[in-house]
Design a protein around this ligand. Structure first.
Ligand code: SF4
Length: 368
């Protein structure tokens, strides 16, 4: 059996998570969550749910596995506040409930609070991804006042020396751990995210990290290793079926472990394009942070246009049973962003010859 935990249980867990903390004080968000659940779950409509928004590719660390920094292009202009406000409206019209600001390191952006406000946080859940180094009580309070609900701290291992070596930054583990504790004290939801590969899944470092998550009441989000960014072409890191089995066993044992494939509207599988998307600082819209090919650019096209075109491709119309980027060897072998030598994401959808248009005789999208 592919999944030994019921979809209903995962869905209930996600809803419970949303119905707590600062989000309970956002009636407009709660009304949108209810309506989104009706549309996404009961009516089976392809409603957006989650958006990764990279606001900057600058960072104060140079981690071994970083997938984002190679996408930095000094010749491209970052989106302005006005553009973010317009894009936020389009995304919310398509149903998006959660905006996850990432980078690079988003806390390097001095105007992060203004960017958060541009997304109208009273209508949505706002989260940031950080390495924790720049987290201070004052900044957390300022971000919370702007509308921040959750903070997700990247921690690579529960063994401080391993984490620091990975991030090439002595003291990084201590600051990350302190950031999680501070978020908890300040009443923000707190998550830990970590990259798991064939190499480290069964390691002492991951065991200790799970123990820390359980001690602090954090969710521990597993990101599967993907051969992009600094690990471009490293297909030997990708999960095989036995690794997935082991991870699912760990998830049963430790309910704090969460995984992208089980966070959808009551469906299990890859939610790219159907429920989630990734926006680069330059307006490029990608299926997810780990499929680094632009489907279009929101400076020149509407979200609806780009999404409709992308949903009309075999790769994204259904919930693929494997993570396309981290488990599907066929997808990785034919998709240019994973091939050594391609240094930047492909930025024009017209170059995306690897997508397969849906044939007229195809069945309608699955409603699993
Ligand atoms: S490709 Fe993998 S990481 Fe990306 S959305 Fe699909 S399941 Fe998630």
């Amino acid at each position: 059996m592919l999944f030994n935990k019921s979809k209903l249980h995962d869905f209930a867990d996600n809803i419970r998570f949303m119905l707590s903390g600062t989000l309970l004080r956002k009636p407009q968000f709660l009304a949108r969550l209810l309506w989104g659940s009706v549309q996404g779950v009961l009516l089976g409509m392809p409603r957006l749910r989650f958006m990764d928004i990279a606001i900057d590719y600058n960072c104060n660390m140079t981690c071994d596995h970083c997938s984002a920094l190679p996408m930095k292009d000094p010749e491209e202009k970052r989106l302005t506040l006005d553009e973010y406000a317009r894009i936020a409206r389009e995304l919310q019209d398509e149903g998006c409930l959660i905006f996850h600001f990432t980078g690079g390191e988003p806390l390097l952006r001095k105007n992060l609070e203004e960017i958060i406000r541009a997304f109208r946080p009273e209508r949505c859940a706002i989260s940031i991804q950080t390495n924790g180094w720049l987290v201070t009580r004052e900044r957390l309070r300022s971000l919370k006042a702007a509308g921040l609900d959750m903070m997700c701290v990247s921690i690579d291992s529960g063994i401080p020396e391993e984490h620091d070596a990975f991030r090439k930054t002595p003291g990084a583990h201590a600051r990350a751990v302190a950031a999680v504790r501070m978020a908890r004290e300040e009443g923000l939801k707190h998550l830990i995210s970590t990259c798991v590969s064939r190499d480290n899944l069964r390691s002492e470092g991951i065991r200790r990290l799970i123990a820390f998550a359980e001690e602090t009441g954090s969710w521990c989000h597993f990101n599967l290793a993907v051969p992009v960014g600094h690990w471009q072409g490293r297909v030997e890191m990708m999960f095989r079926p036995e690794d997935r089995e082991e991870m699912l066993r760990m998830m049963d044992q430790h309910p704090c472990i969460k995984w992208d494939m089980r966070g959808n509207w009551l469906r299990v599988g890859c939610g790219a394009v159907k429920e989630k998307l990734y926006l680069s600082p330059y307006g490029n819209l990608m299926p997810c942070p780990f499929i680094q090919i632009a489907l279009g650019n929101l400076r020149s096209e509407s979200l609806r246009q780009v999404r409709d075109r992308s949903l009309a491709c075999e790769e994204f119309r259904t919930y693929a049973p494997l993570c396309l980027a981290a488990e599907d060897a066929d997808f990785v072998a034919r998709t240019p962003c994973y091939l050594p030598g391609n240094k930047k994401p492909i930025t024009s959808y017209r170059d995306v010859t690897w997508l397969t248009p849906v044939q007229p005789s195809s069945n309608p999208p699955e409603q699993s």
